[in-house]
Design a protein around this ligand. Structure first.
Ligand code: DX5
Ligand code: ZN
Length: 220
């Protein structure tokens, strides 16, 4: 069985030492770096935008996984791609013309993901699942790091897995919010391929070791 991908979120990094924290992740067992962009409109918090993305893109040697929690994400897709995004995920709830947005992201050469808020059912992706590289299941209401995991997200991961298997899609499943060594195994058992971890990694005394522990816990 292939190992779980861990995607530490730079939302929990030290922005005064962003280059240092990105270099720490470069030296880690994490394959992806998760980049949370918030606009204060789609979610009740503002994180950062393209200038910070440029810094991440400049220093990261990992796969840059950009999670856009913004309205009208189509307006910024090319700029995030140019700044180093390898995968761009938009929210189902934030996009009016999802099929167009998916094709726009693909046209930049980036991989494409769609994120679902906790209360949005997996079934809304039925008609686009074959176009996707990633389904992102939110396991908190987006907006802040360090929130408590919502348990029914695990069932949604299983539903996403069934949808993917039933359609022949090769999309990966990512889980975002409140992920830790406590729930890593149940999520991977349900079908998760990528675990985002912000607080668990950067709140740990030893982030490099915590990344390894999350991976190990997920496949025990
Ligand atoms: C929440 C963000 C998450 C968040 C995860 O809106 O999308 O990526 O940073 O952080 P933790 O792991 O701290 O819940
Ligand atoms: Zn995220």
């Amino acid at each position: 069985m292939s190992k779980t991908i861990v995607a530490p979120s730079v939302l929990s990094a030290d922005f005064g030492n962003l280059q240092r924290d990105i270099e720490l992740l470069n030296s880690s067992e994490a394959e992806w770096i998760h980049i949370d962009v918030m606009d204060g409109v789609f979610v009740p918090n503002i994180s950062f935008g393209i200038p910070v993305m440029k810094t991440v893109g400049k220093h990261s040697t990992k796969f840059n996984d950009v999670h856009l929690m913004i309205v009208q994400p189509e307006k910024y897709v090319q700029q995030f791609r140019d700044a180093g995004a390898h995968l761009i995920t938009v929210h189902y709830e934030a996009v009016v013309h999802l099929d167009s947005a998916i094709h726009l992201i693909k046209s930049t050469g980036a991989k494409v993901g769609v994120a679902l808020n906790p209360a949005t059912p997996v079934s809304v992706l039925k008609d686009v699942i074959q176009l996707l590289d990633l389904v992102l299941i939110m396991s908190v209401n987006p907006g802040f790091g360090g929130q408590k995991f919502i348990p029914y997200a695990t069932r949604k991961v299983a539903e996403a897995k069934a949808l993917i298997l039933g359609s022949g899609s090769s999309a990966k499943i990512e889980v975002d919010g409140g992920v830790s060594i406590q729930n890593a195994k149940e999520l991977v058992d349900a079908g998760a391929d990528v675990l985002v971890a912000g607080n668990a990694v950067f709140g740990s005394a030893n982030p490099l070791q915590m990344i390894i522990e999350i991976k190990n816990a997920s496949t025990k």
